[in-house]
Design a protein around this ligand. Structure first.
Ligand code: NAD
Ligand code: DAO
Ligand code: ZN
Length: 369
């Protein structure tokens, strides 16, 4: 079938709106009509050409929501009409990783997904006869896409696509990092580095679990008021701090934070986040994706004296199990997504969404098909 997609033809170039050919679902696959998709920093990272796994030409996008149109042979958990959120980390519930219950990094389709292909090693997308790569197993910058059954979370039908698409990445990553990865307790002191689409969800998660002190660190003062609305108690602009940031934060928290989160992708800030943790027990969680080849460093004594360095992908969430619950939290008014969606636009304007992100003007732009 012919579908409409924003195609990343080459790194560093704007996306091109094209009529693309999409093959139907094969065994174990599902055809989904994408109704809405967020534009995340990670799409921009791949489009920039800095992502070592980035393949071109490709259809990017990994933060979508939509409706099942057709299922391939052997699909049992989904049927046409079901509402779904695509998962860039699937949940097969059968692989060693899933069965371990120690990680959300299901490996069932990892090898082919990393090569921009469906599990049978081929692509469903083409443009003028030339193969287009899938992206993160989701390719939501297209009004129709094909995914493995295990890469779809079935959600309730009254949830608005233009809001819950954000649960496909940013919301779940931020809140999940607090709940699943760091396991922040009530009364904790928390520092969040970076108050963008991820960091604000970390703040929302920290507030939800009852953290007492929630410090936000950002060089953009325009992020302050929204962060306060989500539960930030103190704002620190590193450019206004006299002297080093770490001793300033250790002083502010009276000994260091119980939990810190790096939500930027800057290796220097990852070190500062670790070293702002409390001696003996502070836990620092890396969420930001650093540039290819970059390395983190600290003095080993920081770890010897009890600080812990962690990382998280998709907030440690098991998508098919956890995403429907987070949709329920939104529908029950327990979490706020609406205020984070600052811009809504049609697919034709998707390059504006990247521009707004680069200018620090948006938290989330959502494309509505
Ligand atoms: P964003 O651009 O919306 O937010 C980044 C924030 O950091 C901005 O508010 C910016 O002003 C601030 N910032 C930049 N440089 C700074 C500095 N030197 N000091 C203090 N603040 C600074 O990005 P986002 O969408 O929130 O994504 C954040 C990171 O998380 C990205 O690296 C993204 O790729 C990554 N990410 C990771 C996962 C995961 O599963 N681990 C999932 C999604 C996104
Ligand atoms: O299993 O090896 C693996 C990788 C799984 C994907 C991890 C994604 C990490 C987060 C990237 C940003 C997401 C938008
Ligand atoms: Zn698995």
């Amino acid at each position: 079938m012919d579908v409409k997609a924003a195609v990343a033809l080459a790194p560093g170039q704007p996306l091109s709106i094209e009529k693309v050919q999409l093959e139907g679902p094969k065994t174990g696959e599902v055809l989904v009509e994408i109704k809405a998709t967020g534009v995340c920093h990670t799409d921009a990272y791949t489009l920039s050409g800095k992502d070592p796994e980035g393949l071109f030409p490709a259809i990017l996008g990994h933060e979508g929501a939509g409706m099942v149109v057709e299922v391939g042979a052997g699909v049992i958990s989904l049927k046409p009409g079901d509402h779904v959120i695509p998962l860039y980390i699937p949940e097969c519930r059968q692989c060693e990783y899933c069965l371990s219950l120690k990680t959300n990094l299901c490996q069932a389709v990892r090898a082919t997904q990393g090569r921009g292909l469906m599990p049978d090693g081929t692509s469903r997308f083409s443009l003028g006869g030339e193969k287009l790569y899938h992206y993160m197993g989701t390719s939501t910058f297209s009004n129709y896409t094909v995914l493995p059954e295990i890469s779809l979370a079935k959600i309730r039908e009254d949830a608005p696509f233009d809001k819950v698409c954000y649960i496909g990445c940013g919301v779940t990553t931020g809140i999940g990092a607090v709940i699943n990865t760091a396991k922040v307790e009530p009364g904790s002191k928390v520092i969040v580095f970076g108050l963008g689409g991820i960091g604000l969800n970390v703040i929302q998660g920290a507030k939800m679990v009852g953290a007492d002190m929630i410090i936000g660190v950002d060089i953009n003062p325009k992020k302050r008021s929204l962060a306060e609305k989500f539960g930030m108690t103190h704002f620190v602009n590193p450019q206004e701090v006299v002297g080093d940031l770490v001793p300033y934060l250790v002083d502010l928290t009276k000994g260091g934070a119980d939990y810190t989160f790096e939500c930027i992708g800057n290796v220097k800030l990852m070190r500062q986040a670790l070293e702002s943790c409390h001696k003996g027990w502070g836990v620092s969680t890396i969420i930001g994706v650093a540039g290819a080849g970059e390395e983190i460093s600290t003095r080993p004594f920081q770890l010897v004296t009890g600080r812990v360095w962690k990382g998280t992908a998709f907030g440690g969430a098991r998508g098919r199990t956890d995403v429907p619950k987070i949709v329920d939290w939104y529908m029950d008014g327990k979490i706020n997504i609406d205020d984070l969606i600052t811009h809504v636009m049609p697919l034709e304007k998707i390059n504006d969404a990247f521009e707004l992100m680069h200018q620090g003007e948006s938290i989330r732009s959502v494309i509505m098909f």
